[in-house]
Design a protein around this ligand. Structure first.
Ligand code: ADP
Ligand code: MG
Length: 504
């Protein structure tokens, strides 16, 4: 008899429907798997055989052929075990095919028939919803995560024996309940901990409000890392849709812990990371750090120390908010909409200006590692200077707590959302040059100052767009409908060009 079972393959961070066909017929006992299986799928033969036998079910001593279709979808990992095992049970008439109507299954089997969690269960549930499948059976560790998707009944089953019981109607299915989790009750580190650094805090607020990438330049120990860690806490908490996206990325990387992630991610990879580690890829493509930072913050400390290929790979995600990876004839897409916060010294030695002995050549080489396209997406450049020691031990915190800044950021983001409705951008930092010039118009007297800068050659065309984007955000923070001269002036102070001159 022929059985046909629905399951899903994880490709990148999304799922693709896969049909497991199982044919059982008389002949010399054999167990053949076809349909581009990798080693894990071949090994699944041994697990399926043992799991069926150890679950008190019968493994047919017949000629068994399993086909995973469609052939062009790459099938990696052990997540097909369960569908193959249930296919064998159906094809050998131990389970009725009707009991699997509108049902998909995903899970790895142990030799004893217990189910083990798999990566990408949330993506599988989204796939089941899109195909209008009513039911998804997953390992218990994946139930809370898969059940987050509305419209699909998710059953978290402990073992193959339990699933056989449910499908035969001998046992009641236990529906999984969504694990919505809680935001971090400590709320992450607070801006109140940072003494002084008013300018850097202001730049952080603008970065949060407009989704702008930020480069902090300053010697070691001035608090750059400390400041960067406080950026996620200045962003409004993710809404349900964003939380699902964040969870989906982590689930595909095997980092979801089976529940909804309610906090904005903060990822801080070391500068020795490869291009692949940063933007994703590999023989079985996995999301990179920038995708794990999606809807949150990617922090690159000591930016010029990152490899050239890693920095170049950042170009597309920074421009488009997504990563494209070629896989033979297919293109995989990873969402990658994160705020980049980078930090670096002013020169390779990192000492303050008065004790630095780096030559112009050394400084030049250090800065030139940051390529033009990368610098183009760094809307804000902020000079971070040491805080006087007396201020560091000051009892009184300076500036507002993160919660107050977060409210201002949320209000500014609301204005941007309304203005940008109907465009692909959500905030000013998402706008490309064309959209920037379309949406941000300056009154003549405001425009004159900026034009003068351009004509004198101090401001490139792209620099001009950066200033417009940032000025628009500064005006949004001040609840101004029109961009004022003071907004443009402040935006000009965060230009990269200024730092270049300063470093020279
Ligand atoms: N402005 C500041 N307010 C409070 N503590 C600070 C400040 N700047 C530096 N520190 C202290 O110095 C340590 C080093 O700061 P860090 O953020 O690692 O500096 P950087 O990343 O610039 O090298 C911090 O952990 C913190 O204890
Ligand atoms: Mg640091």
């Amino acid at each position: 008899m022929l059985a046909s079972i629905s399951t899903f393959a994880l490709e990148g961070v999304r799922s693709h429907p896969v049909t497991v066909e199982v044919d059982v017929r008389r002949g010399l006992p054999a167990f053949t798997l076809v349909g581009l299986p990798d080693r894990a799928v071949r090994e699944s033969r041994e697990r399926v055989r043992a799991a069926v036998q150890n679950s008190g079910l019968e493994f047919p001593l017949m000629r068994i052929t399993v086909n995973l279709a469609p052939a062009h979808v790459r099938k990696a990992g052990p997540g097909f075990d369960l569908a193959i095992a249930v296919g064998v049970l159906v094809a050998s008439r131990q389970v009725r095919p009707e009991s699997l109507d509108s049902t998909a299954l995903c899970g790895e089997l142990s030799l004893s028939g217990e189910l083990r969690s798999v990566r990408g269960a949330l993506a599988a549930a989204l796939g089941a919803r899109d195909l209008a499948l009513g039911r998804l059976i997953v390992p218990p560790g994946n139930g809370g995560e898969a059940a987050l998707v509305a419209g699909v009944e998710v059953i978290g089953a402990r073992s193959l024996g339990e699933i056989a019981g449910v499908l035969r109607g001998e046992q009641m299915p236990v529906p999984a309940t969504p694990e919505t989790g809680d935001p971090d009750p400590r709320g992450g580190p607070d801006l109140l901990d940072v003494r002084g650094q008013e300018d850097a805090k202001r730049a952080l607020e603008i970065a949060a409000a407009g989704g702008h990438n930020l480069l902090m330049v300053g010697p070691p120990g001035v608090g750059k890392t400390m400041l960067a860690r406080r950026l996620p806490g200045l962003l409004p908490p993710p809404d349900l849709e964003e939380a699902l996206e964040i969870t989906q990325m982590h689930s595909a990387a095997g980092l979801a812990a089976g529940r909804l992630i309610r906090d904005r991610p903060f990822r801080a990879p070391h500068h020795t990371i490869s291009a692949q580690g940063l933007v994703g890829g590999g023989a079985v493509p996995r999301p990179g750090e920038i995708t794990l930072a999606h809807r949150g913050v990617l922090f690159l400390d000591e930016l010029p120390e990152f490899g050239r290929s890693a920095l170049d790979a950042l170009r597309q995600p920074l421009e488009e908010g997504r990563v494209e990876i070629m896989r033979g004839q297919r293109t995989l897409e990873f969402p990658a909409n994160a705020i980049l916060v980078a930090a670096c010294n002013r020169c390779p030695c990192g000492r303050p200006a008065d004790s630095c002995r780096c030559g112009a050549n050394e400084r030049d080489r250090y800065l030139r590692r940051l390529s033009g396209p990368l610098l183009d997406r760094l809307d804000l450049v902020c000079d971070v200077r040491p805080v006087p020691p007396v201020q560091l031990v000051d009892e009184e915190p300076s500036g507002p707590p993160s919660a107050i800044v977060r409210e201002r950021v949320a209000a500014a983001r609301e204005r941007q959302r309304a203005r940008l409705a109907g465009t692909p951008a959500r905030c000013n930092g998402d706008m490309d040059g064309r959209l920037t010039r379309l949406t941000v118009s300056l009154r003549p007297e405001v425009a004159t100052g900026l034009t003068r800068g351009r004509e004198s050659g101090a401001l490139s065309g792209r620099g001009h767009d950066r200033v417009l984007r940032v000025a628009r955000t500064i005006a949004d923070l001040a609840a101004r409908g029109d961009v004022a001269s003071e907004d443009v002036d402040e935006a000009l102070s965060y230009r990269f060009d200024g730092w270049e001159r300063m470093a020279a």
